[in-house]
Design a protein. Structure first.
Length: 133
């Protein structure tokens, strides 16, 4: 089976680490929407307000929500109907334990993401299944 070299089997899937690291995910259309929103609504000169100490005025784009790798795997399993076991190999690295952006600047400007993680996974899975038919 070609997937077994990636830790995917009919009875179980093997994921690296403990499953505890936290990650943030953003639907691609929300990313595009945020970029357009920023281009149409933000004047970076206003953000720096003549403060010379600000050289790289940035705006983070994200949801501001995080999910553990374990909960993400469980969410995916539920959506796709996978019946196998999810195993975590703690002998493998977890990577950075937390990756979450501060989106307070963007939300204060009036932008908000639209697609929750479960909905995004469902959309992607349904697109993939439809493409296989």
């Amino acid at each position: 089976n070609a997937l077994s070299k990636h830790g995917i089997f009919s009875t179980h899937i093997e994921l690296w680490g403990t499953g505890r690291p936290m990650r943030e995910f953003l639907w691609s259309e929300d990313m595009a929407d945020a970029c357009v929103f920023i281009m149409e609504n933000v004047d970076f000169d206003d953000l720096k307000q003549d403060r010379k100490e600000i050289r790289n005025c940035h705006i983070n784009i994200g949801t501001g929500k995080e999910i553990s790798i374990k909960n993400l795997a469980e969410t995916i399993r539920k959506i796709i109907g996978y019946k196998g076991e999810i195993r975590f190999d703690a002998s493998k690295p977890d990577g950075t334990m937390r990756k979450l952006t501060d989106v307070s600047k963007l939300t204060s400007l009036g932008w908000q993401y639209n697609v929750e993680i479960g909905e995004g996974i469902d959309r992607m899975y349904n697109w993939y299944i439809a493409d296989q038919e």
